[in-house]
Write a new protein. Structure first.
Length: 364
C-alpha cells in the first residue's frame, strides 16, 4: 500500500494530499497526461478532498478522472464504474440529486453487465440509488431499492454483516418517514448494536447511526438517551475527522435541537451557529444542512421572544428542508413557525403552518 493510501486509511488526510500531488506530478512527467496511473492519482486527489469535506475541490478532480476513464474504457470496466460512483458521492453532498441519480443508474446498469444478477457491488449501487430517491422524495422507490439491497446482501453476506446493518439503517429512515416510528427506532437500535460489535465503538458508522438515533429520540422525549448518543457521535467524528468537518456540523445540529427541546436556548443557538460556520466553508447557503441548523437557531430565538430575528431565519430555512434525508425535518420547521406566530400573537400567520396533527406551541 502506498504511503498516501496509508494516510487516508488512518484518517490523516491532510498529510496524504501532498503525497498524492507529488505522485501525480511524477506520473504526468514520466507517463504523459492520459495514462491510467495519472487518472488514478487524480481520482485519489479528488477522494482526499472529499474526505476532508472540500467538495468544491473534490468534484473537478473526480469529473476529470471520470472523463479519462470513459476514454480508456468505452465498453465498460470496474474502474469506470468506480469513477462514476466516486463522482456521484461528491455531487450528493452538494445536493445535485438529479445528476447523482443519473450517474447511479448508469453505474448500476454497468455493474449488472459486469457482474451478473447478484453481487456486492450491485447491492451497494441499489442502496445508493435508494438513498438518492429518498432525498428526491420518492419514498416508495427508495423503499423498493433498499429492500432489494437488503435481501441481496443478506443472501451474499449473512444477516450480521456490517453492510447488512447499513441497509437496515437506510430502510429505517424510510420507515420513519412513512410514520412507523417504533419500527424505525427498533431497527436503528439493532443497527447500532451490530455496528459496535462488528466495527468497534469508535467507527465512523457508529457515529452516524448514533446521531440519527439521537435525533429520533428527541422526537419521542427520550432526552437523556439522546444526549448520551449525540455526545458519543460528536466525540468519534471530532477525533476521526477534525472539528471543522461537515459531519461534525451535522452532529452539532442534532445537539442544538436537543438543547432547544430541553430549554437551553443560548446553547442551542451557539451550537447551531457553529454548525453553520463549518458548513458554510463547503456547502451553498441554501443546502438543507445549512437550513437545518438555521431552523434550530430560529426556534431558539423564538422561545427567547426575539420574534423578528426568528421569523427571518425560519422562513429562510423552510424551503430547503424538504431536500433533507432526515424524516420530518420540514415538519419540524413548520411547527417552529406555527409556534412562533402563536407566541407573537399572529394566529392568522400561525394557521398557515399548522401541521395535519396540529402543531405545538412548544415545538422542538
Amino acid at each position: 500500500m502506498a504511503l498516501a493510501e496509508v494516510m487516508s486509511e488512518t484518517g490523516r488526510y491532510d498529510e496524504g494530499e501532498p503525497l498524492i500531488r507529488d505522485a501525480l506530478r511524477i506520473r504526468r512527467a514520466h507517463l504523459g497526461t492520459s495514462h491510467p496511473d495519472v487518472a488514478a492519482s487524480i481520482e485519489a486527489l479528488g477522494i482526499n478532498y472529499y474526505e476532508r469535506g472540500q467538495y468544491d475541490q473534490a468534484v473537478p478532480n473526480l469529473r476529470l478522472a471520470l472523463a479519462m476513464r470513459r476514454d480508456m474504457h468505452p465498453d465498460g470496466h470496474p474502474l469506470l464504474a468506480q469513477a462514476i460512483g466516486n463522482l456521484a458521492y461528491a455531487l450528493l453532498d452538494q445536493g445535485n440529486y438529479e445528476e447523482v441519480e443519473r450517474l447511479q443508474r448508469e453505474s448500476l446498469a454497468l455493474k449488472r453487465r459486469l457482474y451478473g444478477a447478484a453481487h456486492r457491488e450491485i447491492a451497494t449501487d441499489l442502496n445508493n440509488l435508494a438513498y438518492t430517491l429518498q432525498l428526491r422524495g420518492d419514498y416508495a422507490g427508495a423503499e423498493r431499492f433498499y429492500r432489494d439491497a437488503l435481501a441481496m446482501n443478506r443472501q451474499l453476506l449473512g444477516a450480521e454483516h456490517p453492510e447488512v446493518a447499513a441497509n437496515e439503517n437506510n430502510l429505517a429512515l424510510v420507515l420513519y418517514r412513512k410514520g412507523d416510528r417504533a419500527g424505525a427506532v427498533e431497527l436503528m437500535r439493532h443497527v447500532l448494536a451490530s455496528y459496535r460489535a462488528s466495527l468497534g465503538v469508535d467507527h465512523p458508522n457508529v457515529a452516524a447511526v448514533a446521531a440519527n438515533l439521537a435525533y429520533w429520540l428527541i422526537g419521542v422525549g427520550r432526552y437523556d438517551e439522546s444526549a448520551q448518543l449525540v455526545d458519543q457521535s460528536l466525540a468519534i467524528r471530532e477525533r476521526a475527522l477534525g472539528k471543522d468537518h461537515p459531519q461534525v456540523a451535522g452532529t452539532l445540529t442534532v445537539k442544538a435541537r436537543l438543547m432547544l427541546a430541553t430549554g437551553r436556548y443560548d446553547e442551542a443557538r451557539r451550537l447551531a451557529a457553529e454548525a453553520q460556520r463549518i458548513l458554510g466553508a463547503s456547502l451553498p447557503d441554501d443546502h438543507w444542512q445549512m437550513a437545518a441548523a438555521r431552523s434550530v437557531e430560529g426556534g431558539a430565538l423564538a422561545r427567547q421572544g426575539r420574534f423578528e430575528e426568528a421569523e427571518r431565519l425560519l422562513l429562510q430555512s423552510q424551503p430547503a428542508l424538504g431536500a433533507s434525508p432526515i424524516p420530518d425535518l420540514q415538519d419540524r420547521g413548520r411547527e417552529r413557525l406555527h409556534a412562533l406566530y402563536l407566541a407573537w400573537g399572529k394566529p392568522a400567520e400561525a394557521a398557515k403552518y399548522a401541521t395535519a396533527g396540529g402543531a405545538s406551541a412548544t415545538a422542538r
